[in-house]
Design a binder for this molecule. Structure first.
Ligand code: ADP
Ligand code: 5GP
Length: 217
């Protein structure tokens, strides 16, 4: 059984969602956060998209075929799902539910369609951050520099970027990722503050009761 620390009241985990048009830097932010932060699980999505050279199955995504994706949807095993750039993407429910119950936070790199679905299901548990590029020219050069997608894929991602950017007002916070270090610090500050929110501190009432009952001389 887990030890209960009386000075750390139990809390429910939160869902930290990072979205951006492709190339604005959310994967880099997500990776850095999950390496440096404790008590933060990365949600591994399933996708029907082909694996990029730098990606590993089960680490960046679970790469599955269309039939397996459709089956997960039919069985209602996805917390949200969307078609993005012609491929299916989705978030398996189970690991998320388990983490939140255990008081661990979960980090998501998903698009605005998935964000909207999770907001409709669990508004109170969600902190949604949108990452913007400093300019469209910089967005293009980041996609080219990343050198992981074919030229026609980059062109399609740039076409879609304007539609995605137009969804910025769905989000709780918006950060312009110009200087990476500054953008990372902004995300970290948001996470630190949101973790302290009273509504997540499910054990706080009991803690306060104990505090008030304590006799001191
Ligand atoms: P996304 O996940 O939003 O598609 P990535 O995180 O893959 O974007 O970033 C796209 C490219 O831009 C990567 O090569 C990454 O190293 C680079 N990048 C990310 N943030 C910055 C930044 N603030 N300044 C310059 N390059 C960046
Ligand atoms: P990429 O192919 O560049 O990895 O991701 C393309 C887009 O799909 C990104 O905007 C990314 O955030 C989004 N995405 C990745 N996983 C999911 C998911 O599980 N659900 C949804 N809705 N979008 C996802």
């Amino acid at each position: 059984m887990a030890m209960v620390d009386p000075t750390r009241p139990a809390r429910r985990g939160l869902m930290l969602i990072l979205s951006s048009p492709s190339g604005a830097g959310k994967s880099t932010l997500t990776r850095t956060l999950s390496q440096r932060e404790t008590n933060l699980d990365l949600s591994i999505s399933v996708t029907t998209r082909g694996k990029r050279p730098s990606e590993m199955d089960g680490v960046h995504y679970r790469f599955i075929d269309r039939d397996a994706f459709d089956l997960l949807r039919q069985r209602d095993e996805l917390l949200e799902w969307a078609e993005v750039h012609g491929n299916g993407y989705g978030t398996p429910c189970k690991p998320v539910e388990e983490a939140l119950k255990a008081g661990r936070d979960v980090l998501f790199d998903i698009d605005y369609q998935g964000t909207q679905q999770i907001l409709e299901k669990a508004r109170e548990d969600v902190v949604a951050i949108f990452i913007l590029p400093p300019s469209m020219a910089e967005l293009r050069s980041r996609l080219v520099r990343r050198a992981e997608d074919a030229p026609e894929v980059i062109a399609r991602r740039l076409d879609n970027a304007r539609d995605e950017i137009a969804r910025w007002s769905v989000y709780d916070y918006v950060i312009v990722n110009d200087d990476f270090g500054a953008a990372y610090e902004s995300v970290r500050s948001i996470l630190a503050a949101e973790r302290l929110k009273r509504s997540r501190a499910v054990g706080m009432a009991a803690f306060v009761e104990t505090l008030l009952a304590e006799k001191v001389g």
